[in-house]
Design a protein around this ligand. Structure first.
Ligand SMILES: *[C@@H]1O[C@H](CO)[C@@H](O)[C@H](O)[C@H]1NC(C)=O
Ligand SMILES: *[C@@H]1O[C@H](CO)[C@@H](O)[C@H](O)[C@H]1NC(C)=O
Length: 401
């Protein structure tokens, strides 16, 4: 089954997922289907396609129900593009009342949900109705392939738009029992740009009216049993709180100043994790790290993510296994006492949404004897030093006798 997207939407498309419901009534299960981008030679107006591969073919007269989820990023356009500290943020949403499709559609209804009941304006395509936070377009009967009917909805959206322009996560494996994670964030508020000067007095005295769309704090979901959490010392984060239970840890981060539209913050957080929760041995005598890809900050869009897995010195044949396409290469990193350097597996992905937060694995071979290399180096260095001292004290270097 083909899904079609106009070229204006494809650039914003972060993910497409499809599931089919199996079973009847209450005993339904969802089965995930493969979805792949597809090129068609005679695509009208630069239409882009994705193919959903059904688990079982549909025979003539049969039917099936699919659920498709796709996410766009940077899709809402703030209008006005600049707002003052106490103004509401309004945005435009553009779409088509009729879905773009290469198929004849017998009946279609489109619902649009807005975050609040404040809707400035919306295009009407009869029949169109609105109740509360929901707008209903349709039902439209019998429309031919590639029908389209553009709509524009202008509504209030006071959510801050947290966008991580760049995140570099470094995960360092130490066979002495620790997994050290360091994360470097460049965060921007992607909503309507802030206009005029910022008044902290007004901001703090009227929190419900002033800066309603500002970004006050961030929440990072970290794995359970996290320890030695730190943040940058320069003070780009003014406070942070850590809450832990047996299943997860949550780190609340408050930037030094609230972020308004267009404002940026850069900061670093780091933490340690017990290695046995993430490093396993596979059957073929290899080891593998099983860790989450994606950004620990909740509800953020990540424009560019780099994940670096630093393997212990002496590791061989690294292989990354990840459920979606990423760019990959290897680097070498030197840290204290390294002789040949550590292999670093680097993975990069653009345009990430929280549904990309799945697990990935990095497999590698490691000979335990390498673990002794650094202690032995230290032992021999100290040994030589003391031998030198002993020798120095026993040798008589004086010229006079
Ligand atoms: C703190 O913020 C400043 C200004 O945005 C930036 O230059 C600096 O690199 C940041 N410090 C860290 C450790 O990220
Ligand atoms: C990785 O960890 C997740 C969560 O603990 C688990 O569901 C998944 O099966 C693990 N994958 C592998 C290959 O071990």
């Amino acid at each position: 089954i083909l899904l079609a997207f106009p070229p204006t939407q494809v650039d914003h498309l972060a993910t497409v997922e499809a599931v089919v419901t199996k079973g009847k009534r209450k005993k339904t299960t969802l089965v995930r289907l493969d979805v792949k981008p597809t090129e068609l030679p005679d695509a009208p107006n630069g239409t882009k396609y994705f193919t959903i591969y059904l688990a079982n073919p549909i025979n003539s007269g049969e039917s099936t129900t699919l659920e498709v989820l796709y996410l766009f990023t940077h899709f809402l356009e703030p209008f006005p593009a600049e707002i003052g500290q106490s103004e509401s943020q309004l945005v435009y949403y553009r779409d088509s009342a009729l879905i773009l499709s290469p198929y004849h559609i017998k009946q279609q209804t489109t619902f649009i949900k807005t975050p609040s009941t404040k809707v400035e304006s919306f295009t009407r395509v009869v029949p169109t109705s609105r109740a509360g936070t929901e707008m209903k377009y349709g039902p439209y009967e019998d429309h031919p392939p590639y029908s389209s009917s553009p709509i524009l909805v202008h509504f209030e959206n006071n959510s801050p738009f947290p966008v991580v322009e760049e995140l570099v996560r470094e995960v360092e494996i130490s066979h002495w029992g620790n997994l050290q994670v360091t994360e470097q964030y460049t965060l921007v508020h992607g909503g309507a740009r802030h206009k005029g000067v910022f008044s902290r007095v007004e901001y703090q005295s009227r929190p419900t009216l002033s800066g309603t769309s500002s970004l006050r704090y961030l929440l990072a979901r970290l794995p359970p049993r996290v320890h030695s959490v730190y943040r940058d010392e320069i003070g780009n984060i003014s406070s942070s709180h850590l809450r832990m239970d047996s299943r997860k840890s949550e780190l609340e981060i408050e930037p030094r100043y609230p972020l308004f539209g267009g404002w940026k913050a850069t900061f670093v957080i780091g933490y340690g994790l017990p290695l046995q929760d993430f490093l396993f041995e596979s059957s073929d005598d290899r080891r593998y790290l099983n860790f989450t890809f994606g950004c620990p900050l909740l509800e953020t869009v990540v424009d560019k993510l780099t994940v670096k897995v630093v393997l212990p010195e002496g590791s061989k044949d690294p292989l990354a296994v990840i459920p979606f396409p990423v760019e990959q290469h290897l680097e070498t990193k030197y840290s204290y006492l390294d002789v040949v350097g550590r292999t670093v597996v680097v993975m990069e992905k653009k345009n990430l949404v929280p549904s990309h937060n799945s697990h990935f694995q990095v497999h590698y071979t490691f000979k335990p004897i390498f673990m002794l290399a650094e202690p032995l180096m230290l032992v021999s260095a100290f040994f030589l030093f003391f031998v030198a001292c002993v020798a120095y004290l026993h040798i008589d270097l004086s010229i006079r006798k």
